[in-house]
Ligand binder design. Sequence first.
Ligand SMILES: Nc1ncnc2c1ncn2[C@@H]1O[C@H](COP(=O)(O)OP(=O)(O)OP(=O)(O)O)[C@@H](O)[C@H]1O
Length: 311
Amino acid sequence: MSIAASSTTSNPLVRVEHFGMSFGRTEVIQDLSFEIRRGETFGFLGSNGSGKTTTIRALLGIYQPTRGLLHIDGREFSPDNGDRLGYLPEERGLYQKESVVDVMMYFGRLKGLGHAASRKWSLDYLERVGIADKAAARIDKLSQGQQQKVQLGVTIMNGPELLILDEPTKGFDPVNRRLLMEIIEDQKRAGATVMMVTHQMEEVERLCDRILLLKGGKARAYGTVDEVRAEFGGTRIHIDTDGTVPTSDAYRIVATSPGRTELEVGNDVDTSTILSSLVSAGIAVRSFTPTLKSLDDIFIEIYGADATGVE
Ligand SMILES: Nc1ncnc2c1ncn2[C@@H]1O[C@H](COP(=O)(O)OP(=O)(O)OP(=O)(O)O)[C@@H](O)[C@H]1O
C-alpha cells in the first residue's frame, strides 16, 4: 500500500495535499497528504509531538501552512463556513463563572439555534450524559470530566457536518468513555464526518473507518483499519519448548529465553505448518499459542521506543 495516494476519492470533505509546516528552521510536517471522505470517521493518530494538532490548526486556518493545500469542501477554511464545523480543541476551556445551561445556550445562539431550541437541546444533552442535575451549576463547580461533557455538547449542538475532535475521551473513566463513544457514533449516524485524535486503540477499532498514523510529521500508515493491519499486522506465536527453536525463513524470532520463544509471522502464514515443522524437527513443544497482533502492538512497533514521534 502506498501511503497517501492509496485511496483518493473524487469529492472528499477534507483534502490535504503536500502539506508542510515549519516553525522557524524546524520542519514539523513534511509533505503530508490525505483525505477524509464524507460520512466517515477518520482516526488521526500519532505519538506525542508527531504533528496532529499542528495539522488541525492549519486546517482551521489558525496556522498558515508553509507548503501545500488544506481544503475543507473544496476550499480553504473560512469563518463563513465555520458553523458547518465543530471543533473540540485539545486544550479545553469554558466560561467558568456562568451556569452550564447559560453557557450552552450562549453557544447555541452563536451557532444559529433559537432560544427555545438551544435550551431544549442543552437540557436533553445534559440528561443523556448524566449531568442533568448540574444544569444550573456554575461551570467552575463541575469536575474536569463534567466540564468536558459540556464542551463536547457545545461542539456538537448544531449538528455540524464536520467534527474535529482532539482526544474527545481524554481523562474519562471507562463507563463515560463508552458513553462518549456512543455520542460520537450518533453524530456519524446523523451524517456527520468525524476527524478524531485518540491514543485509545479500542476507540480506533470501534469508531474509525480509516486511519492515518503520523510519525515525525509524515504519514507512516494510511488506510482502513484492516489495510493497516494487513500491512503491519501478523501473528505472534508464544512457544514453550524443551529444546531451542531454530531460525527459519518462515518466521522471525522476536524474543527468546530458555524454554520460551516468541515468533512473528505474516498474515498469509498458516501457523499450523510452523507447529508441524517444529515437531518434525524433534522439538518437544509444550505449548503453542498464536495471537493476532493488536493495533496497540502495531502502534508500538511503528513508534517503538521513540515516543516523541520525531524520527
Ligand atoms: N507554535 C509552535 N512553535 C514552535 N513549535 C511548535 C509550535 N506548535 C507546535 N510545535 C512543535 O511541532 C511539533 C508537533 O506538535 P503538535 O502539537 O502538532 O503535536 P501533537 O501530535 O498534537 O502532539 P500531542 O499528542 O502531544 O498533542 C512539536 O515538536 C511541537 O513542539
